[in-house]
Design a binder for this molecule. Structure first.
Ligand SMILES: [Zn+2]
Length: 143
């Protein structure tokens, strides 16, 4: 009876310990990653290898054949990639066309039959920093 108990304890603690090791490894991997684009697509990462950045202020530059280049400033507390997914959805789905000033603009371009290109870049790495709020307001309107 005692032997059985002991053996159970040992097995259990071994499982926990290997489980913890696995968790630690996973955490390290996640925090070290700045981009989760597939290897083949990494050169085309929408944010130049930083698509997993969070809490950033980003700049969107839209160039088209029907207008001068237009900049929009956005703030993302979720990863940029998730934010980008929302933006892309709003460019495709008519019901979401009022999602942001950017999507309203893109839909205006569609109405004009324009072809356009979008470049995303990081303006500020931490939107929680006090001075960055001013920056958002200063740049909020299309320039
Ligand atoms: Zn990426």
């Amino acid at each position: 009876m005692n032997t059985i108990k002991l053996s159970n304890t040992v097995n259990f603690s071994t499982i926990i310990s290997s489980h913890n090791k696995k968790l630690m490894r996973t955490n390290t991997t996640i925090s070290d990653r700045t981009c989760n684009c597939p290897n083949k697509l990494k050169p085309n990462c929408p944010l130049d290898g930083k698509c997993l950045a969070k809490n950033i202020i980003y700049k969107t530059t839209v160039t088209s054949n029907k207008d001068t280049p237009v900049n929009y400033i956005g703030l993302s507390s979720i990863t940029f990639k998730e934010r980008l997914g929302n933006h892309n959805h709003s460019f495709k789905s008519k019901e979401k066309s009022n999602f942001t000033e950017l999507s309203k603009y893109i839909w205006k371009l569609y109405e004009k039959g324009a072809t356009y290109n979008i470049i995303w870049s990081i303006l500020h790495n931490d939107c929680r920093a006090p001075h960055s709020t001013t920056m958002v307001f200063r740049f909020d309107a299309p320039t």
